[in-house]
Design a protein. Structure first.
Length: 652
């Protein structure tokens, strides 16, 4: 029987728990249930982490929970303890951590099993020697961390699925993490075809009630394998024997909101706690993972060859100096040659919109967002200048608002501009554009990708969406329109991201045949991230990057904490960040240093000024404990916000 009093936490930056009495007997609540309860004049959803018979001592009024939202517990001690770890590790409250773990629907509604489209999957009869060796080495251990370091198309997925089959046949369960669920429909259908209704799919596009349905299937043991994006790492599966982190290098595994957890770190925590194996994989490991492989803390398993018959594509570097327009003569020739062969082309550009900034050639004025310190992007279809951070829009101008000059124009190019150029250069070819602007409608992305796979389009033009995980047999040519764009940000990971992007996009070419071609257009052909990626010198890039990081004292040789203060008034933000700096400077930090305070590279977002401190250290636990103690007693002034990011993946 539940106790007469409930210990409740809320999704608020306020430490709990808070004591409430039970509602009427008909809707009594217990540990592991969600409730509606009054809190500071509002009715909020809370999470019951305990029920007790005696009220705590003290002279205060105990309010009653209004009602229970569940008829049975939907989380248990495992989720509570995981939430406690997340709360401490990532500087948030227990309620905020539980809210990120437990689904939020008020009631369950039925929904059908996710439909499986027919892709004609066949389970390979034979594995390559490298795949067989990887399976053998992993199966020699009951736990531990392993890394499939394999070129694109080397059969990592088949190794994952055979490991998963062994675990499920042995009465265990499997978590399979992917970077973006919207881009992995081929994989989902493949997994569902292999494992049937034991598979749960978990992603942000599910409604809250659908999430609750899948959550209950996992808790009951009906679902034994979950495939999903970042938050699937919290799945309430029993007897976890295997956790897979595919495309481990992807930054989307890091949450940008409270709690700012990294799914890779949570996966390591869960695997260690469950005595499970953690298997990660990528053609372009993160620098941290590569370093841990070199140090022997992760067992590296190489998959050096493609298993589908195609060989790695031939890559050509093209300098854009002196080239008019966005498409070089070399790329034009290859697109024409590819089309004449009845084959397909993918063109990649890491930027949406038509052109990406407006400027005056007389005075240098740049049109920026009035709420954010970033340039506005011109979208030709709507005829508007748009901020991609806060959504602010305004009309373009033909006269400089600063000096009145008529000598104004738009520089750079986005996917809309490339689409227009390609349609003009190749009027007989069918072009599909894939970015967040063109695929807003539900199902639009899947339709375009399916049509391209079936040969309805000759050219697929897109942003990040075409860089990852897609497998199209008809693609011969990949063109990277401007490889420099991801370098032009003030972030120490810019080179790593650029290298990974070129290697990953290149991997879409020639997956099944030997004549794949990649053309990389750039203004910076001698930058190591571009030069070594094109040359295929993967070890050379990692060693070069590690040497630079060692000299500059950046991860993986140190750990970082990032503290960001934001608010509407610049003066108050500056005062608070300086005050924090002075307080923290009085602590004993050992082999650590505090950098800043300084404005964030993007100083203003949505009207909020942002300033930051960075702490870099080789004594992570010591600094974390000190910072945690300080943070628990920190009281922020009204109207200001403090974010603490552990191991940030971006410093923008």
């Amino acid at each position: 029987m539940p106790g007469a009093f409930l210990q409740v936490v809320f999704n608020l930056p306020v430490e709990g728990p808070f004591t409430y009495s039970q509602p009427d007997e008909k809707s009594a609540a217990g540990k592991g249930m969600r409730v509606e309860a009054p809190f500071r004049g509002r009715l909020l959803k809370g999470y019951v982490i305990d029920s007790v018979d005696a009220a705590p001592a003290g002279d205060f009024k105990i309010l009653s929970v209004k009602r229970s939202l569940d008829s049975e517990a939907i989380f248990d001690d495992v989720q509570i303890e995981l939430a406690r770890w997340i709360s401490r590790m990532y500087f948030c409250t227990l309620g905020e951590a539980l809210a990120s773990i437990v689904p939020g629907a008020k009631q369950e509604r039925e929904f059908g099993f996710l439909p499986t489209e027919e892709y004609g999957f066949q389970i390979p009869e034979h594995l390559s020697p490298a795949q067989q060796e990887a399976l053998k080495r992993i199966n020699e251990h009951e736990d531990g961390i392993f890394y499939l370091f394999g070129v694109t198309g080397s059969g990592k997925t088949e190794v994952y699925l055979r490991l998963a089959r062994d675990v499920i046949d042995g009465d265990g369960s499997v978590i399979y993490l992917v970077p973006e669920i919207s881009l992995t429909h081929q994989l989902i259908h493949q997994v569902q075809a292999r494992f049937g209704e034991t598979v749960a799919v978990w992603h942000s596009k599910l409604t809250p009630s659908q999430k609750l349905k899948e959550w209950r299937r996992m808790r009951s043991g009906e679902a034994r394998m979950v495939i999903g994006a970042r938050s699937a790492v919290f799945s309430p599966l029993k007897k976890i024997g295997l956790i897979i982190v595919d495309e481990e290098h992807e930054s989307s595994y890091k949450s940008s909101q409270t709690p700012r957890y990294h799914a890779r770190q949570v996966a390591m925590k869960r695997a260690a706690g469950e005595g499970a194996r953690l298997v990660m994989g990528s053609a372009t490991p993160s620098i941290e993972a590569y370093h841990l492989m070199n140090a022997g803390r992760i067992l590296r398993l190489d998959l050096p060859e493609r298993v589908s018959g195609g060989k790695l594509p031939e890559i050509e570097l093209v300098s854009m100096h002196g080239v008019a327009g966005s498409i070089s003569p070399e790329l034009i020739d290859e697109i024409q040659r590819t089309a004449a062969m009845g084959r397909q082309t993918i063109l990649f550009l890491n930027r949406r919109g038509f052109s990406y900034f407006f400027h005056c050639r007389s005075c240098g004025y740049e049109m920026k967002c009035r709420h954010c310190s970033v340039s506005l992007t011109y979208h030709k279809k709507t005829g508007k200048m748009v901020c991609h951070y806060c959504g602010y829009t305004r009309d373009p101008v033909s006269v400089c608002p600063e000096c009145g000059s008529l000598d104004v124009g738009y520089s750079g190019f986005g996917t809309q501009k490339i689409e227009e150029d390609v349609s003009r250069l190749f009027p007989s070819l069918k072009v599909a554009r894939v970015d967040t602007d063109s695929t807003r409608r539900k199902g639009e992305l899947q339709k375009v990708l399916r049509d391209f796979r079936e040969g309805e389009y000759d050219i697929l033009l897109g942003t990040q969406m075409v860089a990852k995980g897609l497998n199209f047999p008809g693609v011969r040519l990949v063109g990277i329109v401007l490889a420099d764009s991801s370098l032009n940000v003030p972030d120490f990971r810019a080179g790593e991201r650029t290298f990974a992007l070129i290697r990953q996009v290149s991997g879409r070419a020639g997956r099944f045949l030997d004549d794949g071609r990649v053309i990389v257009q750039t203004f910076k052909s001698m930058v190591p991230a571009i030069k070594l990626s094109v040359e295929g010198d993967v070890p050379g890039f990692y060693e070069d990057e590690l040497n630079m990081r060692r000299q500059l004292r950046f991860p993986p040789f140190v750990r970082l904490f990032r503290l960001v203060v934001r608010g509407k008034e610049k003066r108050k933000v500056s005062l608070l960040i300086r005050g924090i700096m002075e307080e923290l400077s009085r602590a004993e930090w050992g082999d650590s240093e505090i950098l800043g305070p300084s404005p964030c590279p993007i100083e203003v977002i949505a009207g909020n000024y942002r300033q930051q401190l960075l702490i870099r250290t080789k004594e992570f636990n010591r600094v974390h404990d000190t910072l945690y103690g300080w943070h628990r007693s920190f009281e922020k002034p009204q109207g200001l916000y403090l974010e603490i990011d552990v191991d940030p993946v971006s410093l923008l």
